[in-house]
Design a protein around this ligand. Sequence first.
Ligand SMILES: *Cc1c(COP(=O)(O)O)cnc(C)c1O
Length: 338
Amino acid sequence: MALTLHVDGAKWRAAQDAALAANPGLVPVIKGNGYGFGPATLYAEASRLRVPMVAVGTYAEVPGALAGFPGDVLVMEPFRAAIHAGLPQVGEGRLVHTITARVDLDALLVANAAARVVVEGLTSMGRFGAPVEKVGDLMAAGHGEGVTLHLPLGSGHIDEISRFVEAVGGIRPFFVSHTTSDEVAALRHRFPEHRFAARVGTDLWLADRSAYEVRAHVLDVRPLSKGDRVGYRQRPQPAGHLVVVSGGTSHGVAMESPASAATARSRAIAVAEGMLEAAHRVRSPFTVSGTMPRFAEPPHMQCSLLTLPAGVTPPLVGDIVPVRMRLTTAYPDAVVIE
Ligand SMILES: *Cc1c(COP(=O)(O)O)cnc(C)c1O
């Protein structure tokens, strides 16, 4: 039994190439579950794209990135003296650390006098960063290679980024996150002497939804009479067919927001009861016989029980069915690039 991510390699790579062409200087973000493809696959794709740098989320991801990608690796979580000073990779010359405070910079330079850094400015995102008036001093003290800015989702970033560009002065790259290619183009126009590089994950790896599909196997099919009870919770079922498919909580099935619930009421129930508990009331993400049947009960760890209504022709054991899933929470058993 398996949940597989199928990728049309030519289409997927064409979308990556287009994203890079639309946004020169783009720094691919490779973090977490590797956007469903897995980090190792994405390091190989970034190598194919011939970019000089990738960005990872955390220090835990650094060893994999250094092994899988030959260029520079930017760590987007800030270096913290209290947490990271003893890490064996701190001396690695291909690493670029993110600095938000003097105490961390000083400790990093003690651990590795040649450490490479960028300085993150505190934006309206409010996650990490040094206040705008401290960024210039940190850049000077750490011989910073650039300033990083992480913006909230949405638009209207140009004024906020401009404040940093004007306050920091000098000619240095700004690495910006969640800034559209149009906004980056506008910034380049406003500050032609500066370099702007967008850090992009979703719009690079998941740019063309038609280039990939999650697929599950039909593992079993059984007729149901009204009131038959199945599953861990022995809930009575409607008449029709029980369809057992591969794909469960360990793959991230039903871990996404309940946006796929059909109605506002079922979405409200999903929020109120917790997504898993509510899963049996909402449509499953599996497409079986042209419909999206409901879960018979919350998904199991590696498979799910679905109820196909009476009158719908059941599938056969071994059939392959598509699964609609958000890939940032998907952990397929295999990724097949054809
Ligand atoms: C995750 C992340 C990104 C990439 O986000 P996407 O929405 O996947 O493009 C960029 N910058 C920072 C700081 C991040 O944490």
